[in-house]
Ligand binder design. Structure first.
Ligand code: NIG
Ligand code: FE
Length: 411
């Protein structure tokens, strides 16, 4: 099967040779080709170039992309797409003055979602989650990481991870699964943290490994949730099962968690609404990708990740949605890119790098996704006719996506 896109006004994120991520000042450049073609064979990018070098291709389905921009599909490296029900009442409670912390302390928050999840059947959770996955694919997401973390029991966590596995089997989008048993302490373990971590390490992890249900391990390293030491225990246990860490950290407080994550070789550290100079120092010269989640900052009115400061220090940065029922009921990467530009003062070039190649890196997919490179998966966004890709973040409420290609096929 061959598909030939012709007359592409602008082809973005063109990388002739492999790059696994872009950092610091490099993020300001988004390599592009004007008046381009792109050839897809089966599910892969086969070649691309300018229209004057258009090859003769027999038996191809031709798509005329005149006036349109083509870019790699978004790589959303941090989501909680699998959940049951919603938390609209907490949303209204926050409008009426309660904070996220106050709601959590009253048994709402993550524990509220865990209760709902444990009361809902696997099939029903699958049905609710697939609707969200289909929605984000249409919004241009071609690779996504999905976490567990609303089970908090052996059965509940396995149920979530099995739903993720089923989504992986049934959808063409690339999916990575992360085990987030350490999302919150269940009420019965409130005074017995080590007891819950023992369950996580001795009961959940072996079963998850046996069924090969996870690629990564995560924990909510935060004051009032998992301490640095507790998270280190979890990262070490994950390592034994071949699960690198991707950690929720520095959402509300900075407690030297990032240093611990870097020490344990975490693939990514995510949230980072509160970042100290020391945190920035430890991230320098590490292989750990910092990930910002601006829709979360927007939705629960907390600070935005200090992107400018981090990029100026030479760090890379990825952008992801954090799609979840409590802090970010949106999986729209277009909104994330726009919000990063508008609120975090990232340039459109930086934001698109952060949402494609750096997002791919943050879920171990940068060899196969995140750029227009021969041999990478043909996961693409074809925009409506636009004069400049700057319109994508500028017209933040407008759907400028015309078509989405996943694994070489229009969806
Ligand atoms: O990434 N911060 C921790 N976890 C989620 C939110 C969990 C929830 O409120 O359901 C997050 O924001
Ligand atoms: Fe999250």
């Amino acid at each position: 099967m061959k598909t030939l896109l012709i007359n592409i006004k602008e082809l973005l994120q063109v990388r002739e040779t492999h790059v696994d991520k872009v950092s610091g000042a490099e993020m300001a450049a988004l390599p592009a080709l004007q008046n381009a073609y792109l050839l897809i064979k089966d599910n892969l990018i086969s070649s691309f170039g300018t229209m004057e070098n258009l090859p003769e291709v027999a038996d191809a389905t031709v798509i005329d992309a005149a006036g349109k921009t083509v870019l790699p599909a978004w790589c959303d490296s941090h989501t909680h797409i699998v959940y049951a029900g919603n938390r609209v009442q907490e949303f209204v409670d926050r409008i009426n003055g309660l904070s996220y912390e106050e709601i959590a302390n009253r048994g709402g928050g993550i524990l509220n979602s865990a209760k709902k999840l444990n009361e809902t059947s696997e099939d029903e959770i699958y049905d609710q989650s697939k609707t969200r996955l289909e929605e984000v694919m249409l919004q241009g997401t071609g690779a996504v990481e999905i976490k567990s973390g609303y089970g908090l029991t052996v059965e509940g966590e396995l149920k979530m991870l099995r739903v993720i596995k089923k989504l992986k089997e049934n959808y063409p989008v690339a999916i990575k699964a992360t085990f987030l048993g350490a999302h919150a302490f269940p009420t019965e373990f409130k005074e017995n943290h080590s007891g819950y971590i023992d369950t996580l390490i001795n009961e959940m992890l072996p079963k998850i490994a046996e069924e090969k249900l996870a690629d990564y391990i995560d924990a909510f390293l935060e004051t009032g949730y998992f301490s640095v030491e507790e998270t280190e225990r979890i990262m070490e246990a994950g390592k034994k099962y071949g699960l690198p860490a991707k950690i929720h950290v520095n959402q509300f407080t900075a407690i030297n968690g990032i240093a611990a994550c870097v020490k344990h070789g975490a693939l990514s550290v995510d949230h980072l609404e509160i970042v100290t100079d020391e945190d920035i120092e430890v991230l320098k010269n590490s292989d750990t990708m910092p990930v910002a989640l601006p829709s979360c900052s927007y939705f629960i009115s907390i600070p935005y990740t200090p992107a400018r400061k981090m990029i100026q220090a030479g760090l890379p940065l990825a952008l992801a949605t954090d799609f979840n029922p409590g802090t970010t009921p949106s999986g729209n990467m277009n909104f994330v890119v726009a919000t990063a530009c508008i609120k975090m003062k990232m340039t459109p070039e930086e934001a698109i790098n952060a949402a494609t190649i750096n997002g791919a890196y943050a879920m171990g997919l940068s060899k196969t996704h995140g750029s227009i490179t021969v041999g990478k998966h043909a996961n693409l966004i074809i925009t409506k006719p636009i004069t400049s890709f700057y319109q994508l973040p500028y017209a933040f409420g407008t759907d400028l996506i015309d078509q989405v290609v996943i694994e070489g096929k229009l969806i």
